[in-house]
Design a protein around this ligand. Structure first.
Ligand code: TRP
Ligand code: SF4
Length: 327
């Protein structure tokens, strides 16, 4: 039996950080072992909100591909491609737009939330309302069985399922109805204890150098109740400790836990240890990035190869779709 298919994408609106690594990317890497995976750069989706300043899209596209390879996603195993290179996505989006009732889009909770949150940008557009229709085209193009996404994206994938059912009902069974594979959100918070995000300025990027990582770790907010060195701390509420749990040896984690509670260790010392382990843990990612940055031609070839592979599948799907719709 052939492998089941996974599709997921990321909007190229900036560099990848540790939140992406421990949220999406390590999960994507795991999925490679079992599924045929299509991972793509959703540049048209980025355009729905960044249309007035699209430079960031071009800038981050190859950078994100480099991040993907650096963390161990394998372009020979999975297919990496750029959405806008596969024009069939636009055609399928158009066809889906004919059969998608407006209320499905208008009541989408993610849509409503984003209208509120992105108030500094004007996203009251036709394209932005249709965002999940384009996403349905991305997913169904490759006949995905599963879509790994964070909770915020689940309503979009629900809509994809409804569009698949409606299409099949109107024109015959063409699309599998894909499952939402919920990715647990990363436990690593940003430097200020809010969710790690580029726009909050609290992120540790995969491309950060050793010095940057150390400086950022020293700025991290610890247990806010621990005001003085002599106060005992609570590792359970401390983000530095969460980093230790991922990047330090179990003995170190146990010792930090104990000595934090007894005020045996100070936060500065604790951070220094964590920073050292984090720098070391992220070293292979930096190493791989340096290698790829020195060979941009290779990265471009990887994308070109992925685009070719994706285009073949997309071409076949569109033939089937046109035959089913009789147009
Ligand atoms: N909307 C997704 C996000 O913002 C990106 C995306 C576009 C996507 N198309 C997709 C994710 C298809 C999964 C499948 O994160
Ligand atoms: Fe956090 Fe470490 Fe300080 Fe405890 S000692 S509060 S774990 S930084």
């Amino acid at each position: 039996m052939s492998k089941k298919v996974i599709v997921s994408g990321m909007r190229p609106t900036g560099k990848m950080h540790l939140g992406h690594l421990h949220g999406a990317l390590l999960n994507w890497k795991q999925l490679q072992e079992e599924y045929r995976c299509y991972y793509f750069i959703a540049d048209w989706h980025a355009l729905t909100s960044e249309y007035a300043n699209p430079d960031i899209i071009r800038e981050s596209t190859l950078d994100i591909i480099i991040d993907w390879i650096s963390v161990g996603l394998d372009p020979d195993v999975s297919t990496f491609f750029v959405q806008s290179a596969i024009k069939e996505h636009a055609e399928l989006h158009l066809i889906f737009s004919m059969i998608t009732p407006l209320p499905w889009l208008e009541r989408n909770p993610t849509y409503k939330e984003q209208l509120r949150e992105l108030s500094q940008r004007d996203v009251y557009t036709y394209g932005f309302l249709g965002y999940p229709v384009l996403q349905a085209a991305d997913i169904l193009m490759y006949k995905a069985n599963g879509v790994p996404v964070g909770e915020d994206q689940a309503p979009h994938v629900e809509l994809t399922r409804e569009i698949a059912r409606r299409f099949n009902h109107l024109y015959g069974e063409v699309f599998p109805v894909p499952d939402v594979l919920l990715t647990p959100t990363s436990k690593l918070l940003g430097l200020d204890r809010r969710k790690m995000s580029k726009s909050y300025g609290n992120a540790i990027f995969l491309s950060d150098g050793e010095e940057e990582i150390r400086t950022k770790v020293m700025q991290m907010i610890t247990d806010p109740q621990r005001a003085r060195r002599s106060d005992p701390g609570d590792p359970d509420v401390c983000n530095v400790y969460t980093f230790h749990e991922i990047y330090s040896e179990p003995e170190t984690v146990a010792r930090v836990n104990e000595e934090c509670r007894s005020a045996g260790i100070g936060c500065v010392e604790c951070k220094k240890i964590m920073a050292r382990n984090l720098v070391e843990g992220m070293a292979p990612i930096r190493e791989k990035r340096r290698e790829l940055e020195a060979d941009p031609e290779r990265v471009r070839e990887i994308v070109a190869q992925g685009n070719r592979r994706a285009a073949r599948v997309a071409g076949r799907t569109l033939e089937e779709v046109r035959a089913a719709v009789k147009i």
